[in-house]
Ligand binder design. Sequence first.
Ligand code: IVH
Length: 694
Amino acid sequence: MMARKKTPALPLVSTLNMLEAAAEVADLSQQIKKHDLLYHQKDNPEISDAAYDALRRRLEEIETAFPDLATEDSPTRKVGAKPAAGFTKVKHTVPMLSLGNAFSEEDVTDFYERVQRFLSTQDIIDIIAEPKIDGLSCSLRFENRQLVQAATRGDGAEGEDVTQNVMTIAGIPHTLPSDAPNILEVRGEIYIDRHDFAALNVQQEKDGGKTFANPRNAAAGSIRQLDSTITAKRPLKFFGYALGEVSEDIADTQDGVRKKLGKWGFAVPIPTALCKSPQDMMQFHETVYGDRPDIPYDLDGIVYKVNDIALQKRLGFVSRAPRWAVAHKFPAEQAETVINDIIIQVGRTGTLTPVAELEPVNVGGVMVSRATLHNEDEVNRKDVRKGDHVIIQRAGDVIPQVVKSLPDKRKKGAKAFIFPETCPECGSAAVREEDEAATRCTGGLICPAQAVERLKHFVSRLAFDIEGLGDKIIRQFFADKIVTAPADIFRLAAHAETLKTQEGWGELSVKNLLDAIEARRTIALDRFIYALGIRQVGQATAKRLAQNYLNIDTLATQMRDAKTHDDEAVQELLAIEDIGPAVANDITAFFAAPHNQNVLADLLKEVTVEPYIPPDTSGSKVAGKTVVFTGKLVTMSRDEAKAQAESHGAKVAGSVSKKTDYVVVGEDAGSKLKKANDLGVTVLTEEEWHDLII
Ligand code: IVH
């Protein structure tokens, strides 16, 4: 850990006089030059990149305010230090999680009981409730009590560096008092008050600028400005509600964290309550829901968090959400409108989705012109017809839905919607498997709609994240046969000259696109798997596959083996959490298809897939070992035992085999214990297991 050094608070640049500014410029220039030397020539940096960036930013700020002090040889003039456009990426040292959702009293009770069950207790669990702010999340990193970096959430593992812009937000402290730890990441929400939002739109209109649909969009648009002087003019605010990396704990409870953050100058979400039961939680939810008109900012629900930080640590997280918190959403916003048409969209896996094209309507601050009708059964069940008056709803960021049609307002002669039997895009037969709600186009590779959707998915934010390759451009490239498979994207440079001459394109836009593509030639394994667009393989499953197979070659080979003959390969796949026979089949079928093998091989010529590096569990005696828990565990629940084993680098299996290293037995263990003894597998009591992992 870095030595604890107290750094005095920096005065605002606007309060400096010429002499003070000159002294600071000299000092900063010297420091930056020293760190440049240490970093570039000695390969031995003494400070973090973020702390270094903070020094440069301060110098730039002073040089802008006092141009006479900006010398020719200032380190800020050095080229190549700062990207010309776009935001640099920031890897989160602690992932930025999302939250699971609750919609009903039953869900809230479920959450509470789940927590008790995991902790294997009937005790009352204290829960802190607070509003869920509808803005965009941001992580503020303080090193030695100075704000050195601000990053957006991105995909949770990696976000964008928006430090310069966040520095302009008035309510965010730039320095922390001496009782704050050396390293502290404060996570929270950047948002705009409803009142400020209305004023902002009036001003935008006056200036001939773009108006925003709602405060959330306005906040997001303001943070993603490349020019921070524009951000500075936007009425942004920040609420702190969680911590990321910390060099030492700042409190024992969530409430304590709130109080500390408050003391250090952060706003924290209010109102808040300490709840001791699901009834308390429901009561708070209802009260705040009713009070919404008096609360000056948009909320979309209540977040409940286990108060005791030690319990939070035991609970940990599953997939991308903590077990110790949940978002209880407010009821969805609804509105009435008319259906102008019902069209069929063909998705990346060939699913035909009926979509209602609507007379545009404002639903809770967002203009909605399309809503999903899900599938054939839903259209029939709701009896939705072209020309119908309908109620639609949207909740959070989910796709708007048609709730019901209003048959009393139906025009005479309106015909029921007939679900097509062929794909509207390629004419192939559309079929519905028994027991499935979805109707699928059987065109596979010849269906242009599926190909385009696959490419769109491939470049999307959580996959390759290539900025500038939107829906329209992909369609155009596909129609022009410039990009028909993913690898073609990485060969676009060969078409640069042709592109530049096309309508809507110029030297700069082509360069920006090619730069964005170049920047993505290296990709993490889980993103790569997700990008392949395998049916039923979302972000969470992709991550599990990455953690299990570690690199793309092993994954591809094992999956091919699993499809053809190798029982062990199938068993290994099925042993992964949340992968059942249907998902396993989709995965193995994908890798076994010759076409996909060619696409993959071609793609791997163009991109580098970084292997998954498991967390450092070198101090752990059980890393890489396979363990089976059996019988009734006494000291903890089965789920906690499993989570704990995994955090020490062990794999948890459901059945005993030759590959099992340990079987941990609780009370009344049965056949698994017998099998372990038969196979000569090491059997441990709960206590022995605890001793092993300490
Ligand atoms: S706690 C590890 N508290 O909601 C848990 N999140 O839907 C960290 N959000 O990504 C989140 N208000 O951006 C928490 N009071 C609040 C919140 C809040 C808004 C956002 C946050 C999160 C998203 C999940």
